[in-house]
Design a protein around this ligand. Structure first.
Ligand code: LLP
Length: 424
């Protein structure tokens, strides 16, 4: 579900006209729909309500503090992976008791900041990190709750770069090792090692992958309890799908159908970390056509957005549906690029000096010319948050639409923003 729809041939974000917003705020521009974010959060929380889970929105997917605040108001906690993300969650008014912190390489300074903030759970990813966290906790004088991230060795069948639950990845500790880690650290008075964490990858389009992984982890919970360890927390991670082509991702309810029966009645405090499934379809990237040119037999539409604004196509070969904002009579048949017939194919590319700088390849879209706007869909997650300043390009602005209200939530970076850190 999302609230980006064509009305009279012109794309609207909720009740606001996208072309008008682009004229007011410039391009490239990220536009988010507040009510899509709220509705996705509501559906997710409702689907898993029986478990009374702590839903921790994954900040890395969409990190703007105004969006974090909106989700906090909807009831969300936060999953952070760095001191910077912790800072963002706190700036958005998050209750530290609703923040969980994962990451394979937390620095001492980051761990100390999270200890002082009093976050809910540290998801520790190695024995070495556990030892360091315990030492720092002793020094700071707090007793944090730790969950050990385990690697269930399940193939989530997603892109190699975003699969995290297989043994050959850097994440977590092997299931066989986990029991021994608990045996040695469960009684450490400086920490409360009482939870398990897993995250399979992103996106994981098969609910069955969660079943296989959770069954393995629950076996470990049982074994640990037989060992006398009071395991009371299970963080099942994120990775729930979003719609890039149409409605291909399972709904929150379908994931819950598999996950809830496994976890009900287990005496476990459940944590979930959705990112993409909440934010991806809640955002579009709007970019303006600079030039159209032929190169050999290929047609290139050169736009003012680039891989610095949206790196997913270049990095993962990800396909984001693209369509003119002022489509007139040429409404898209669906969000599936393969369903489009007619029109000359083109590549939609940015100004960056790399052939890998494309936003969409071999796409059939209605004819466009200089000045036209093109929207790239399903870019609310891992769009702006993965942006860069490569080629000294200031980052895009972000706008949040709530009904007919349009609010700038991140101003476009300036030339001064580019140079300021170098004025040393
Ligand atoms: N929890 C942990 C521990 C994670 O590592 C991640 C994502 C999430 C939760 C949230 O996953 P989600 O629900 O958003 O799928 N840049 C890639 C995605 C990388 C995901 C990294 N971890 C992309 O653009 O597809």
């Amino acid at each position: 579900m999302d609230l980006f729809e064509y009305r009279n041939g012109a794309l609207c974000a909720e009740a606001a006209d996208v072309a008008r917003i682009a004229d007011d705020h410039g391009t490239p521009l990220y536009i988010y729909s507040a009510n899509t974010l709220r509705e996705h959060y509501r559906r997710f929380a409702a689907a898993f309500a029986e478990l009374r889970p702590l839903v921790c929105f994954s900040v890395k997917s969409c990190q703007n503090i105004h969006i974090l605040r909106l989700l906090r108001e909807a009831g969300s906690g936060f999953d952070v992976v760095s001191g910077g993300e912790l800072e963002r969650a706190l700036a958005a008014g998050a209750d530290p008791a609703r923040i969980v912190y994962a990451g394979v390489g937390k620095t001492d300074a980051e761990i100390r900041a999270a200890l002082k903030a009093g976050i809910h759970v540290f998801n520790v990813e190695s024995e070495s990190e556990l030892i360091e966290t315990a030492a720092l906790a002793g020094a700071v004088g707090v007793r944090p709750t730790l969950a050990l991230r385990v690697n269930p060795d399940v193939d989530a069948e997603t892109h190699e770069y975003t699969t995290t639950g297989r043994k050959e990845t850097k994440f977590g500790v092997d299931l066989e090792v986990a029991r021994d880690v608990f045996r040695r650290f469960a009684a450490d008075p400086r920490v409360s090692l009482s939870g398990l964490h897993l995250h399979l990858g992103s996106p994981v389009l098969s609910p069955q992958a969660y079943r296989v992984a959770l069954e393995r982890v629950l076996e470990l919970v049982d074994a640990l309890r037989r060992d006398g360890v009071a395991v009371d927390t299970l963080d099942a991670g994120g990775g729930f799908g979003a719609h890039y082509r149409g409605d291909e991702a399972p709904s929150a309810a379908r994931y819950a159908e598999v996950i809830v029966p496994l976890l009900r009645g287990r005496g476990l405090h459940v944590i979930l970390e959705p990112g993409r499934s909440i934010a991806a379809n809640a955002g579009i990237l709007v970019t303006r056509v600079l030039h159209v040119k032929m190169s050999g037999s290929k047609r290139f539409v050169i736009v003012d957005g680039s891989m610095t604004d949206l790196i997913r196509p270049a990095l993962y070969g990800a396909a984001h549906f693209a369509w003119p904002v002022q489509a007139g009579a040429h409404l898209p048949p669906s969000r599936d690029a393969d369903a489009v017939t007619g029109f000359e194919p083109c590549d939609i590319v940015g100004p960056v000096c790399e052939s890998g700088d494309f936003l969409a390849r071999d796409r059939r879209i209605p004819p466009v010319r200089r000045g036209d706007l093109i929207a790239l869909y399903t870019t609310g997650a891992y769009g702006m948050s993965m942006s860069s300043q490569y080629n000294s390009r200031p980052r895009a602005a972000e706008v949040l639409v709530d009904g007919s209200a349009v609010r700038l939530i991140r101003r476009r970076e300036t030339m001064d923003d580019l140079l300021a850190p170098e004025r040393v």
